[in-house]
Ligand binder design. Structure first.
Ligand SMILES: Cc1cc2nc3c(=O)[nH]c(=O)nc-3n(C[C@H](O)[C@H](O)[C@H](O)COP(=O)(O)OP(=O)(O)OC[C@H]3O[C@@H](n4cnc5c(N)ncnc54)[C@H](O)[C@@H]3O)c2cc1C
Length: 360
């Protein structure tokens, strides 16, 4: 039997889609020695470019099941990949900690129960008079915010991560084609991916990382996979109030489901929404700022300086994400409706293991 190295050097893998999932698969498989071609007509306008990059791993309130297993693996893999990718961008890091807050007493009780049962020094309930809670109450003019801090969760800048992965792919001379694949088929033990320009790309394997469009490339009769589009919006707002210093707030936190990232004394990012839609409506500001019973004045008067959105794919009728070995040499890795950035390392590892099994 040939070794993986011997096999991998001769094996050509086509990855369709160059969002975080396609790029991470390319990284993992290229490090194993496979010959990779990554194909995407529009890699700058996808949901990965819209992501806020919060890595909510340890604070996930379940400790069993597939979702937790993927998170757990990703949490372990992230520091190793960061160290590796720092060769290409020494500034890449995970900004910690992450704070999750609520004004809902029932949700807070659940948090308390989770923390007491989990008994992990890196997960704690924030004391009422802690500096974080004091500063948040002061800025948001509230009294009833409570929550937890996770010292090991945090945020990676998603754009910087994508650019760093591009640097890596370039350094490894990985073939990156700006094409749309409209058809894939198997012929004589090889996969043929056809581009819109009618070019055929031959490979030994294909990995579908093209989110919603993955189902257009597979036979719907043999594979019953359904995906729904979920729109996620985010915005950057400028505030004009000398009384408020947004830098007194934690670097990244979540209040009642909205993620907040102060960028400077008077600028912050808020995201994101989960909408069953493909087109953002005009009420972005309302949707993203309605996370408290009463908005503080500075937030009410805030002006949007930038807004953006991404369309993610949510599996219909099965759990997210969808990672399946569909046929010999065809793998699908999609349905990353939430947490695609967080889960990328664990999912790429899963794909690599499937490919290993294919050879042995
Ligand atoms: C506003 C917002 C905030 C978010 N915040 C977070 C967060 O804080 N933390 C987190 O973990 N996740 C977050 N997410 C979710 C995360 O962005 C997604 O889960 C992740 O980006 C999905 O990555 P992907 O590679 O599967 O899809 P995408 O990034 O959408 O990439 C799919 C790619 O496939 C390409 N493609 C499609 N069809 C074809 C074809 N036929 N041929 C070739 N290429 C094709 C597309 O051009 C696209 O580039 C957020 C998402 C949004 C929208």
């Amino acid at each position: 039997m040939k070794s993986l190295k011997e096999n991998s050097q001769k094996t050509h893998i086509v990855i369709i889609g160059s969002g975080i999932i396609g790029k991470f698969n390319a990284l993992e498989l290229s490090e194993l020695g496979f010959q990779i071609t990554i194909i995407d007509p529009n890699q700058l306008q996808n949901s990965s470019n819209a992501a806020l990059g919060l890595l909510m791993g340890n604070m996930y309130q379940r400790r069993r099941g597939r979702s937790w297993d993927l998170r757990k693996q990703s949490i372990e893999l992230w520091p190793q990949w960061i160290r590796f990718l720092q060769k290409f961008n020494y500034e890449l890091n995970i900004e910690k900690p992450l704070i999750q807050l609520t004004t809902n007493e029932e949700k807070f009780k659940k948090l308390e129960k989770f923390i007491s049962e989990i008994n992990d020094q890196n997960l704690r309930i924030l004391e009422k008079d802690s500096i974080f809670i004091n500063n948040i109450n002061k800025a948001f003019q509230t009294k009833n915010i409570k929550g937890m801090i996770s010292l090991k969760d945090g945020r990676i800048n998603a754009l910087s991560l994508l650019q760093t992965l591009d640097k890596y792919l370039k350094h490894k001379k990985i073939n990156h084609l700006k094409e749309e694949i409209i058809k894939i088929k198997k012929s004589n033990n090889q996969w043929i991916s056809t581009t819109r320009n009618n070019e055929n790309i031959k490979s030994d394997m294909v990995i579908l990382c093209n989110s919603l469009k993955a189902i257009d490339l597979i036979d719907s009769l043999s594979h019953n996979i359904k995906l729904k589009p979920i729109l996620g919006q985010a915005m950057e707002i400028d505030i004009n109030d000398a009384e408020v210093d947004l830098l007194s707030l934690p670097r990244q936190f979540n209040i009642n489901g909205k993620n907040i990232i102060p960028k400077s004394k008077n600028k912050l990012i808020i995201g994101s929404t989960d909408e069953y839609s493909t087109e953002p409506k005009e009420n972005t500001f309302e949707k993203l700022t309605n996370f408290l019973d009463k908005k503080p004045n500075w937030l009410m008067k805030g002006k949007i300086s930038k807004k953006w959105y991404g369309i993610r794919s949510r599996p219909d009728g099965e759990a997210s994400p969808i990672m399946k070995n569909l046929e010999d040499g065809l793998i699908i890795c999609t349905g990353f409706y939430k947490n695609g950035i967080l889960l990328a390392p664990a999912c790429s590892k899963w794909v690599a293991n499937e490919i290993r099994n294919y050879f042995y």
